[in-house]
Design a protein around this ligand. Structure first.
Ligand SMILES: [Ca+2]
Length: 235
């Protein structure tokens, strides 16, 4: 008894689609550093301050007294937090701090600063009490106030060093800085793209309101955004 192997062939439209997809993928891989979609999908080669003759910024402060300067602690704290691959989910916690590996964009910043000895829950609460007119009227719950982008923007405007929002001034951007967008916030990476623009350590969708866990929390997306509202340095 003979067996006749049945072969399946793609029809012409299918072949064109598959070939087109392959060409597009190859193009994006080889041009990933100059195309926004390629950078998002495949990342790109990264650079450091040394590649652009930019001196590393070392803070003169060591708030938690661990022998490591604040700026370095903040950067390491951000990486430590996202290394646990938190799940993007916006929930209320009775203690304020998420304790189930879920979180939102503000939790990256709160945990990064916590690693340097800054308790944003306490600091934001104290500042709202000291200057309630500077914050929105719906503030007043310590457990959530420090997890809202708009409150952190107000707090950093009042208490942190405000720096340029021009991405072309690459020497003014350092790992451990804080960057705020419309509805989103993150920590500046010490890795840079081919133009010297740093990567962003963050959690959330590209519009800041993501609802899924990201496969990569450190991305070359900073200069793809046009809604920056603040660049700050705490350390
Ligand atoms: Ca320290």
């Amino acid at each position: 008894m003979s067996h006749v192997r049945k072969r399946y062939y793609l029809k012409t439209p299918g072949k064109i689609i598959v070939a087109g997809a392959i060409v597009l993928i190859i193009y994006l891989i080889f041009h990933r550093e100059i195309t926004g979609l390629g950078r998002l999908l495949f990342g790109g080669k990264t650079y450091t301050n040394a590649d652009f003759d930019i001196p590393d910024y070392i803070s003169s402060r060591d708030t938690d007294g661990d022998g490591i300067d604040d700026q370095s602690d903040i950067l390491a704290g951000a990486r430590e937090y996202v290394s646990k691959r938190p799940v993007y989910e916006s929930k209320y916690y009775s203690g304020g701090w998420p304790d189930d590996n879920c979180g939102v964009c503000t939790d990256v910043v709160a945990n990064a600063l916590r690693a340097a000895g800054y308790d944003l829950k306490e600091l934001v609460s104290e500042d709202i009490a000291a200057a309630p007119g500077e914050y929105d009227d719906d503030c007043g719950d310590d457990n959530i106030d420090f997890r809202r982008v708009r409150n952190l923007l107000t707090y950093f405007k009042r208490h942190a060093l405000s720096l340029t929002t021009d991405f072309s001034e690459i020497a003014e951007w350092q790992g451990g800085d804080i960057v705020v967008f419309k509805g989103h916030i993150g920590i500046v990476s010490d890795k840079r793209n081919r133009h010297g623009v740093p990567l962003l350590i963050h959690h959330g969708g590209s519009n800041g309101e993501g609802s899924r866990s990201r496969p990569d929390y450190e991305e070359d997306v900073l200069d793809l955004r046009n809604d920056i509202s603040g660049h700050f340095r705490v350390g």
